[in-house]
Design a protein around this ligand. Structure first.
Ligand code: ADP
Ligand code: MG
Length: 336
């Protein structure tokens, strides 16, 4: 495809994220339906061109667990990325519509994401960096695919300069400033799977209500997060230090409280919670198979050295079950 904006006819909007919006479009000369992602990039033309060059790697990403890429182009001041359109949308939209997702379907999601991550890393040395339910897509053929992976270093830099991005699926080591590794993606997968199985974001304060914290992403500017995130780097050791830090945190978090649906929580409280508290689990115990609980526990080891890689996890008994299960995802897709 030689893509240009005038050949694309808007059909409707598919959704909006931190970096821009995604529209369902028709490539008129060929009649191909595509999803067009528009990313506003506040960068020099040379940087934009560099991003475009880096995005071309996506042409070589061929896996049934990865969204196909049709092409990208510059439409000042935006970069447009055209990809396969998944007609059932993302898994966050699906659970918000139909409620908690059956654990056997969640097993198939785990399998697809692990296959996708393993392909990206083994073949292209790409780390995804943004695993979350809105980047796991589903279609009426029953296929599950991942999108929005970090192919372009320049794009990652440009977006990080403008947006805080998703902090809530971030692993403890990433919050504390460590480099991204495939194991950071495994943590994000664990959080995402609990979210799908429970039908709510696992860190949301259950005492308050069922608010979904991820709805509040992107409402903070980096200048606000900057000094706050450094406060998370040094976890307090003694009780006394902790109390002192809590007081300091309360002062600091003033003005960055995130409010909605009757819940108030600062992004700092959430980040500190991820770093300092035990990882969430797939509970209550009697509701889910023990293999599923064990799988999620393996994803959510707080120490990345103890955490499994996507390749290890493909051998986990719960995933082995998902491989041989005769669950019909195409039939499931037709129920909503
Ligand atoms: P985010 O992933 O943070 O929600 P995005 O801008 O990446 O933000 O995407 C916005 C929404 O558009 C997603 O939540 C998803 O529901 C929808 N979307 C993105 N890509 C596609 C696609 N290829 N096919 C169908 N829907 C998509
Ligand atoms: Mg996305």
């Amino acid at each position: 495809y030689d893509l240009k904006n005038e050949d694309l006819r808007d059909i409707h909007e598919l959704g909006q994220g931190n970096g821009g919006s995604v529209k369902k479009v028709e490539h008129v000369p060929t009649g191909t339906i595509m999803a067009k992602k528009i990313v506003l990039i506040d960068a020099k033309p040379s940087v934009r061109k560099q991003i475009l060059r880096e995005l071309q790697i996506m042409h070589d990403c061929n896996s049934k667990y990865i969204i196909s890429f049709y092409g990208a182009f510059i439409s000042d001041p935006n970069i447009c990325i055209c990809m396969e359109c998944m007609d059932k949308g993302s898994l966050d939209g699906i659970y918000k519509k139909i409620g908690p997702i059956d654990i056997d379907v969640v097993g198939k999601v785990a399998l697809a994401v692990l296959e996708g991550l393993t392909y990206l890393y083994d073949v292209h040395r790409i780390i995804h960096r943004d695993i979350k339910p809105s980047n796991i897509l589903f279609n009426s053929k029953g296929q599950i695919k991942i999108c929005d992976f970090g192919v372009s270093g320049e794009l990652i830099n440009s977006i990080a300069d403008t947006f805080v991005g998703t902090s809530t699926y971030m692993s403890p080591e990433r919050i504390q400033g460590a480099q991204y590794t495939v194991k950071s993606d495994v943590w994000s997968l664990g959080i995402s799977l609990i979210e799908l199985a429970l039908g709510r974001f696992p860190f949301a304060d259950s005492a308050s209500d069922d608010s979904d914290l991820s709805d509040f992403e992107g409402t903070l500017s980096p200048s606000r997060l900057g000094p706050l995130s450094t406060a998370v780097h040094r976890a307090p050791k003694s009780r006394e230090e902790k109390d002192k830090a809590d007081k300091k945190k309360k002062r600091k978090s003033k003005g960055v409280s995130l409010q909605g649906g009757g819940m108030t929580m600062s992004i700092l409280e959430l980040l500190q919670h991820i770093v300092n508290e035990p990882a969430p689990r797939l509970t209550p115990e009697d509701r889910f198979p023990a293999e599923a609980e064990d799988f999620v526990d393996s994803c959510l080891r707080k120490d990345p050295d103890m955490r499994a890689t996507p390749k290890d996890l493909l051998k986990h008994s719960w995933v082995e079950q998902a491989k041989v299960s005769n669950l019909d995802l195409e039939a499931w897709a037709s129920t909503f």
